[in-house]
Design a protein around this ligand. Structure first.
Ligand SMILES: *Cc1c(COP(=O)(O)O)cnc(C)c1O
Length: 393
């Protein structure tokens, strides 16, 4: 049986068309885009094209609002640090309790080492941002607000356009970690007050180690990486040209297929979710069921310990994750679920356009027995027998 990959919020398969677009940049098109000779020029125009492809995906007004980086983590770091440096009189950061570690760990570090005050805005049991706490934290001391567009563990979407307008009222910059949202949700940044946005190639069927930071024209920016004049002095270092071309192609594909992909992943996600809720008692969906990404479900299972479900599923060749892959290996519940006051084992299934109904049905076939086994009581559901391929722990 072919392995089943339902962990697309952790990373995605690189689209074959992306690979194809990248290949020449490892061979004939090896030039350095900064060179004045012909080897550089053609590569330079490929980088330009990729910038326009990203511009189109996120609805930026100008292509030069996009700077290529090494990924989501670097973009997040660059945005927050730039704001603090550009506005030395402001020493506070507003963020949420459920951000990716790329933002939370950085902010905690700044708080410890740099006399920066950090406001972690809480969320409710459905993972929705506490708007009163947000408004209370917004003062003229705030340099930057960094709040994610969509959460990687639950898929819950924050109203970032509105949050950005509120941040504007106190003169703070607004950054959003949109790594999970870009390519999944339609965007038109030019019609919002969002100043900066992070995205990452490998979350949208592009390669790993490449991403971008959108910085609205007119926003003061201080580069994180110092060195040469690449990326108009915003990100030093010879460009990762195969990665940039791959990210551009991934962006173009995402935009082309977005409507169909959204329908497809929504229907797969709902089929799995409803199937699990019907077949297995004491389960529920974690996070706002309406304002969330079309591809993500986070299901909580009462009376199931730790990583049991993902581990047993993985023995059957089915990949999903408990909480966030980025924090696996650490013990205890994820910071996102803790912030939501959810203490049960929760499993995240995240879909992409390359998943199928047959894969969902296979998961539904094996889940009841797995949960029964972990609950230690085979009578709790009408589950069938433990599947043949199932190896007891
Ligand atoms: C994956 C992810 C990141 C990190 O992106 P990398 O490109 O892996 O550095 C940041 N934020 C969110 C929400 C993510 O899901």
């Amino acid at each position: 049986m072919r392995p089943i990959y339902l962990d697309n919020n952790a990373t995605t398969r690189v689209d074959p068309e992306v690979v194809e677009a990248m290949l020449p940049f490892f061979t004939d098109q090896f030039g350095n885009p900064s060179s004045i000779h012909g080897f550089g020029a053609s590569v330079g125009s490929a980088v330009k094209k990729a910038r326009r492809q990203l511009q189109a995906l996120i609805g930026a007004e100008f292509a030069d609002e996009i700077t290529f980086t090494s990924g989501g983590t670097e973009s997040d770091n660059a945005a927050v640090l730039s704001a603090l440096e550009a506005m030395p009189n402001r020493t506070e950061i507003v963020t949420s309790a459920v951000e990716h570690p790329a933002v939370l760990t950085l902010c905690a570090h700044l708080e410890k080492n740099r006399r920066v005050k950090m406001h972690r805005i809480p969320v409710d049991r459905q993972g929705r941002l506490d708007l009163d706490a947000y408004l209370a934290a917004l003062t003229p001391h705030v340099a930057i607000v960094s709040i994610m567009w969509a959460n990687n563990e639950t898929g819950v979407i924050f109203p970032v356009a509105r949050l950005a307008e509120l941040a504007k009222e106190v003169g703070a910059l607004f950054h959003t970690d949109a790594v999970q949202a870009v390519g999944k949700l339609p965007m038109d940044l030019k019609s919002t007050a969002i100043d900066m946005l992070s995205l990452s190639g490998h979350k949208l069927h592009g390669p790993k180690g490449i991403g971008a930071l959108f910085v609205k024209r007119g926003v003061r920016f201080r580069s994180l990486i110092k060195g040469g004049h690449q990326e108009r002095d915003r990100r030093a270092g010879t460009e990762n040209t195969p990665g940039i071309v791959g990210l551009g192609k991934a962006a173009e594909l995402a935009l082309t297929v977005m409507d169909d992909a959204t329908k497809r992943v929504t229907s797969l996600r709902d089929r799995l979710e409803q199937g699990i809720l019907q077949r297995i008692p004491n389960t529920c969906v974690t996070g706002d069921p309406l304002e969330r990404l079309p591809n993500t479900t986070n299901i909580s299972f009462e009376h199931v310990e730790d990583d049991g479900i993902p581990i047993l599923l993985s023995r059957l060749g089915i990949a999903c994750s408990s909480g966030s892959a980025c924090t696996s290996g650490s013990t205890g519940p994820s910071h996102v679920l803790s912030a939501m006051n959810m203490m049960h084992e929760a499993v995240r299934f995240s879909f992409a356009r390359d998943n199928t109904e047959a894969e969902v049905d296979r998961v539904l076939e094996v889940m009841p027995a797995i949960v029964d086994r972990l609950r230690g009581s085979p009578v709790m559901s009408q589950a069938g027998e433990v599947p043949k391929a199932f190896n007891p722990v």
